[in-house]
Design a protein around this ligand. Structure first.
Ligand code: GTP
Length: 781
């Protein structure tokens, strides 16, 4: 069709003027305008640029308000709703306005859902494309593809239902389109066929009726070859808009009637509409070639159309629409400002009351959360210094020394002798490093388990994962270094008297602590089982063990044999297997206690005060060794592992959880915290309303300026055509004739009419309504 249009415009006489009562220059083809190349002039004349800008801003405002759930008093910027009988030419008119073919055509009720079409004028771009925001298909440059998608969406409504009131949201971006919102609706049907539901006719009527309510502007499409008296579109529009203030008649197929008839219809005598009728021809060129009059300049060639200032052509239609829309918006501007101001004040109030005006965004929340974690980490690193790490390792090694007293008296002595190698054999570097790594990870885990990270499971996983990765990359090196540093201690351990003394005290305290805990465990066991029962069971286990140790010497006359022949004590038999376990535990504890006490006594003797008697008090020697191992290990663990980790962790945290995330991911992150969601929503709402208010201030300023430059008279485009009806909703000009407010500043939140500054944080006492102390721009209505 683009080609056809090119041909069309090529055929057009150079002096071609659209005829219209506004006298504006326009095309006369009636068909879609030809696409322009890069750098081509804008789609409309310069004197419309300010209107276009205004509408664009208002549409932006409307879209913003939609996203903030502006419920209290929805800002309804009017859409242009196209209604008409089936095949009256609705789709063709819409396509002509857009300048592209993209609507489904066919005889089988192809428009089954309302198509809400937003045209976005993009003056500085040569790109033309459509988008279905709800489908997430991205930019679609091929308009055939758009048509196909629309067809699919429409035909997805089953034949049995025929129509659905779920709208299709389509946006078209182009330098060739004005900023408009249009709605294509299923055509009125006269008679329904057998496959259609009986209620279809009224269903379509109801659907259309919903869309043609105020403030929408009705484009009542009637074919020139059908008597206007039978026009469903005019009937419906008359019901919704009895005065015809927001109904524009569009007479399609002007080529199919005699010029005399066409002129008669456009003169608008029989069914007058305030906004009048525009005649168009939207027939595809191929079909137009078969007309008696093959010229695209159809109207021009019929002098009859020149006689009266009639509205003809698609450009005239577009311009008329823009002017109507704009007037309507300006008339309602004051209401819009009021509604936004009220919402904004309330939102600010809520934000102050609930969140003390604390600014927040997803980004700031994410940053704060990371900062909290970093602070906690910093605290931990100061707590986890050299002394603490050394102590950790030393304690672990000392526990190993204590493990030697495993309760088997026959073995402990031998074990103790081998303990030096137990502490110094290779692997001690690994244990020590692993111990520190485990402690570190354990602490990290509890840091990220605290609020606010407790709300962010994914982020928690990321932190633990990258921490482990960072540790893993340095772990082997650290282990190796620690092993190397411990090697000399396998052969020679020198210690001073002071070190010996300190180790001896530590041994005494460790043994005492161990004795305490062992004694406590034994007492608990006794309390649990009962002294007598435990003693019986212990005796039984001992006998059994003795016998099992010497099976060959089993003597049928032995004490055990005699015992086994006797009935088992009732107290033992009742809970046999579990009781035996307890008895074994008791035996172990008793032996351990005995050994520990014995070793404590040995350590305390005078001979153990000096290291010359290492042999009789090996525990003290092992404690000095543990201290030395810990001392050497800590240096390398710190240098090889911790210093680097402590330095990198906060940076890695920022990289992974802030800079590495896109806006949406940060937003998702913040919304994982249920306590933040409401605050974020409110802050977002406030920011958007402030942005809207700022735009409104700009618009009102422009309008007032315009009014000052063109005071009152008929030349004022802003007041054109409006007389006071006093109801404030479309019948009177709303702007008080006062001096224009100062130009909007970027941070201004002045009320555009009163010029009152924002004192929202302290300007009213909330009681569900404004106080009357001057902050509210108008008295309540
Ligand atoms: N001669 C002539 N035919 C036209 C004109 N405009 C549209 N048509 C033809 O009329 C038929 C119906 O046009 P559409 O634009 O599909 O009408 P519609 O009202 O959208 O139809 P439905 O969606 O089915 O209700 C098509 O074959 C068009 O080519 C015109 O100005 N002149």
């Amino acid at each position: 069709m683009a080609d056809q249009d090119d041909t069309d415009s090529a055929r057009r006489p150079p002096s071609l003027n659209d005829t219209s009562n506004s006298g504006r220059r326009s095309d006369s083809s009636g068909g879609p305008p030809a696409p322009r190349g890069p750098g081509a002039p804008e789609a409309y004349p310069a004197n419309q640029a300010e209107f276009a800008r205004l509408i664009k801003t208002l549409i932006e405002i409307q879209n913003t308000l939609k996203t903030v759930n502006f419920e209290k008093r929805p800002l309804q910027l009017p859409s242009i709703v196209v209604i008409g009988s089936q095949s009256s030419g609705k789709s063709s008119v819409l396509e002509a306005i857009v300048g592209q073919h993209f609507l489904p055509k066919g005889s089988n009720m192809v428009t089954r859902r309302p198509i809400e079409l937003t045209l976005v004028h993009t003056p500085h771009s040569t790109e033309q494309y459509g988008e279905f925001p709800e489908l997430g298909l991205g930019k679609i440059h091929d308009f055939d593809q758009i048509r196909k998608t629309l067809t699919d969406l429409n035909l997805a409504v089953p034949d049995s239902e025929c129509v659905s009131d779920k709208p299709i949201d389509l946006r078209i971006y182009s330098a060739q389109v004005p900023d408009l919102k249009l709605v294509d609706l299923p055509g009125y049907i006269q008679i329904h066929n057998r496959n259609q539901p009986a209620a279809l006719k009224s269903q379509i009527q109801q659907l259309c009726e919903r869309y043609i309510q105020a403030p929408n502007i009705i484009l009542a499409v009637c074919a020139a070859d059908v008597d206007l008296a039978n026009s469903e579109a005019l009937l419906a529009s008359r019901r919704a808009d009895p005065l015809g203030l927001r109904t524009l008649g569009v007479i399609t197929k002007m080529d199919t009637v005699e010029p005399e008839t066409g002129r008669g219809i456009l003169l608008n005598k029989d069914y007058p509409l305030q906004l009048g009728y525009v005649g168009v021809i939207c027939k595809p060129l191929k079909q137009r070639d078969h007309l008696p009059d093959k010229s695209s300049a159809y109207y021009e060639l019929h002098p009859i159309y020149q006689e009266q200032p009639l509205k003809l052509g698609v450009t005239t239609l577009r311009n008329t629409l823009i002017a109507v829309l704009e007037r309507h918006m300006i008339v309602n501007l004051r209401d819009i400002v009021d509604a936004v101001q009220t919402e904004l004040d309330e939102t600010r109030y809520q934000f102050k009351v609930h969140y003390s005006d604390q600014r927040i965004s997803a980004e700031s929340y994410a940053m704060d959360s990371l900062d909290q974690l970093k602070r906690r980490f910093k605290e931990f690193t100061t707590r986890f210094g050299r002394t603490e790490i050394r102590e950790e390792i030393r304690r672990m090694l000392e526990e190993r020394v204590m493990d030697v007293y495993d309760g088997r008296p026959l073995y402990w002595q031998r074990k103790l002798e081998r303990t030096q190698s137990l502490l110094t054999k290779s692997g001690v570097g690994r244990w020590s490093t692993q111990l520190i790594v485990d402690t570190l990870l354990h602490n990290l885990q509890s840091m990220v388990s605290a609020k606010p990270f407790s709300y962010h499971e994914g982020a928690r996983r990321v932190v633990m994962q990258f921490s482990q990765e960072m540790i893993r990359s340095r772990y082997l090196m650290a282990v190796e270094q620690v092993e190397n540093t411990l090697k000399p201690l396998k052969y020679e351990v020198d210690c001073t008297d002071a070190e010996w003394q300190e180790a001896r005290e530590r041994t005494i305290s460790n043994l005492s602590r161990e004795i305490d805990s062992c004694g406590r465990a034994l007492r608990e066991l006794r309390d649990q089982v009962g002294r007598k029962k435990l003693n019986d069971a212990v005796r039984f286990v001992k006998d059994l063990a003795q016998d099992a140790a010497n099976p060959a010497e089993f003597n049928p006359h032995s004490r055990l044999a005699a015992r086994l022949r006797q009935p088992m004590p009732v107290s033992v038999a009742a809970h046999f297997p579990r009781l035996l376990d307890k008895a074994r535990e008791a035996i172990y504890l008793r032996h351990r206690l005995l050994t520990l006490k014995y070793r404590l006594a040995a350590t305390k003797i005078r001979a153990c005060r000096t290291q010359s008697n290492r042999v009789i008090c090996p525990e003290v020697f092992l404690h000095t060794l543990a201290a030395k191992l810990a001392h050497n290990a800590v240096l390398f663990i710190q240098v090889e592992l911790l210093n680097e980790f402590f330095f990198q962790f906060p940076r890695e945290l920022d990289n992974r959880l802030y800079y590495g995330l896109n806006k949406d991911q940060i937003y998702q992150f913040a919304r994982e915290n249920p306590h933040i969601v409401h605050q974020l929503d409110l802050a977002d709402r406030k920011a958007k309303l402030e942005e809207v208010m700022q735009k409104l201030v700009g618009i009102v300023h422009e309008v007032n300026q315009h009014q000052q430059q063109h005071p009152g008279g008929a030349s004022s485009r802003f007041s054109e055509g409006y007389t006071s009806t006093g109801n404030g909703s479309g019948g009177y000009y709303p702007y008080p004739n006062h001096t224009a407010p100062p130009p909007p500043s970027a941070h201004s939140s002045q009320h555009p009419f009163t010029g009152a500054n924002d004192h929202s944080s302290h300007h009213y006492h909330y009681s569900g309504a404004y106080s009357s102390t001057g902050s509210r721009p108008y008295p309540p209505q």
